[in-house]
Design a protein around this ligand. Sequence first.
Ligand code: PMP
Length: 414
Amino acid sequence: MRAFNAVGGTPRFFRSGAGAWLTDADGNEYVDLVLSWGPLLLGHAHPEVQAAVQAAVARGTSFGAPTEPEVELAEEITARTPVERVRFVSSGTEATMSAIRLARGFTGRDVVVKFAGCYHGHVDALLASAGSGLATFAVPGTPGVPASSTELTIVLPYHDRAAVTAAFAEHGDRIACLVTEAAPGNMGVIEPEPGFNRFLAETCAAHGALFVSDEVMTGFRAARQGQWGRDGALEGWAPDLMTFGKVMGGGFPAAAFGGRADVMALLAPEGPVYQAGTLSGNPVATTAGLTTLRLATDEVYEHVGAAAQTVKDAASQALDAAGVPHVVSSAGTMFSIFLLDPAELATGAVRDFADASRTDARAYAALFHSMLDQGVYLPPSAYEAWFLSAAHDDRAVQAVVDALPAAARAAARV
Ligand code: PMP
């Protein structure tokens, strides 16, 4: 994606970032709506995060041993989410990979269920495409992944309760876990329908499988308590395991998984399920994450939500004026804009990967390049979320709003 393979053209090389703004190697400035693919909730080079990180670096960069910031970050995570215990890793990929190993170790079962269009990092077992027919085992989604890595993975259409029920009816006693993005953000943003995540949690529980909610993107981003704060907390249920990354690393390589204490107790060294990492819980990364989360107050989420609303409204207006059919799709403060005709969707909303795939990627590329030429850095793919930050002030948001009409007209010409 960073190579612009989805939109064409030459990727920008960036020299620096400050607040909402990026400066490329040629000295051009851009309002950044990518924010390193989500982590920078406070914007680039936040002074307090910078100061805390510099102080941490001065104390030494890695000890491979417990440190205070890692414990405090774990406490910050357990305070905002239903997880009882936390294990740190260095990437979202590792977090989901380890959560699945733990679910398999806990249940003594091997099969994993996921949804088409949900991305959980480049874990072999999850780089899977649906096989033929529902509730059948998957085939590798990329060369390099052996069929043996995906033959225990079932891929289902998102939001398809009947497919979930059928898969569990047929294979329930072999299913270790169902893993889903808490709100999909990797096929564009999709809001889970009310009760859908609860249905998944209940279905898993009924079959003795674990419900793994991947909040690598949504965690501490969609809302203060992540997507769980928008459904589980209100409805009174909790996932068995959750994965986190992006915002909780404050722009450094840090991620985590956590959940039920009885499940986490199976992890080595307390239990038999092996998991380890040289740089896990790294003091610089956990200091960045801890400082970021402590600064991420309710006001920050209100600000990010309001800025997102202004951009969404302006984009919709500009696209309407240019005659470009589209759907704005949000989950909390995250959103994306699908360039497709809502009349072609069963409910008018984008519900699954088949719906998302209708987006006009060529029109998006035209929109993207027009915005880029006008100094706005959008995600270089039609299937990514647009992100705002606490640093997106009126000047930055206005620059985006001002660029949208010409970009919408460029999309209309495709
Ligand atoms: N899960 C989700 C929901 C993600 O969005 C991502 C990254 N986009 C990952 C896992 C993988 O994280 P990482 O890139 O840090 O390995």
